[in-house]
Design a protein around this ligand. Structure first.
Ligand SMILES: [Zn+2]
Length: 279
């Protein structure tokens, strides 16, 4: 795993999910002693920041060397026994060294579990999501619920809330935009259409990120009952990130339209004042 990937993994791994140590291959040591940077929202700064690792003190360095040597040994039991323990990872915000990010990882019985995090995943994501509150309206609570459930390792339940955002927000907003441009729709009631038919009807009114990512559509349209807990957890972060990109796109569009209107109004005033001065 690349350093960036390890940082993203440590940040996004839900609490208490058990990962087989063998699944990380040789990367397990790099994860347990990760000293790279983590890019995430800093609740104390109120904005995104880079958190730098603080895990290179002599004790941890020595521990890492000892484990690395043991890990390379052919004796699997020894390797297993040596890794068992609790690992604390500390990071500091590059804007202010007093803003900290901590993770606690535990290895036991050949499984690695993230058993603690501060600030909590919820605190990091919820603060980051505040900017979407007005835009999402009633669907904002789905975004919050999705994050709470995912950070507590509930796959299907968290995924269901993301799907609700797609169905109750993006698809509904796109239908409103469709009707405002094309007039009242008179076919089969929109709510009764299958997801695929809804999508085909309003695709020109959905955020580009939505239509450019057919995976989002296929994941969203696949039956929730056909997805396992594990699959839902696996799909959660990419689906959440895609939703965030769509929301960013919509916010940028709103901002652009507001700026255009302001510029038009200001230029109109200037033109009329020039006209008055010339007359
Ligand atoms: Zn900070």
């Amino acid at each position: 795993m690349h350093n960036t990937e390890i940082g993203i993994f440590i940040l996004n791994a839900p609490l208490f999910k058990k990962y087989e140590v063998s699944a990380f291959d040789g990367d397990i040591i790099d994860i347990l002693f990760f000293n790279g940077a983590i890019d995430c929202f800093c609740p104390k700064c109120g904005t995104h920041s880079i958190f730098q690792g603080q895990n290179d003190d002599p004790n941890r360095r020595q521990h890492k060397i000892n484990l690395s040597l043991g890990f390379d040994a052919p004796n699997a039991t020894k390797k297993e026994r040596k890794l068992t323990g609790v690992y604390i990872l500390d990071f500091y915000c590059s804007r202010d060294r007093d803003h900290k990010l901590h993770f606690i990882l535990k290895v036991d019985d050949q499984k690695m579990i993230k058993i603690g995090q501060s600030p909590s995943p919820l605190e990091i994501m919820q603060n980051d999501f505040k900017q979407y509150k007005q835009l999402l309206g009633a669907s904002f609570s789905d975004l919050n619920s999705a994050v709470i459930l995912y950070s507590n390792n509930f796959g299907v339940a968290s995924f269901t809330h993301l799907r609700r955002i797609i169905e109750n927000f993006f698809m509904v907003e796109a239908f409103k935009a469709y009707e405002s441009q094309k007039g009242t729709y008179s076919g089969t009631p929109y709510n009764e259409l299958r997801f695929k038919d809804k999508f085909n009807l309003v695709r020109d009114y959905l955020p580009e990120t939505f239509t450019e990512n057919p995976k989002l559509y296929s994941i969203a349209s696949s039956g929730i009952h056909s997805l396992t807990e594990e699959k839902c957890r696996e799909y959660f972060i990419p689906l959440k990130d895609c939703i965030i990109l769509c929301l960013d796109e919509m916010l940028a569009d709103i901002k652009k339209r507001a700026m255009k209107a302001n510029v038009k109004e200001s230029l109109g005033k200037i033109a009329s004042s020039i006209g008055k001065n010339q007359s």
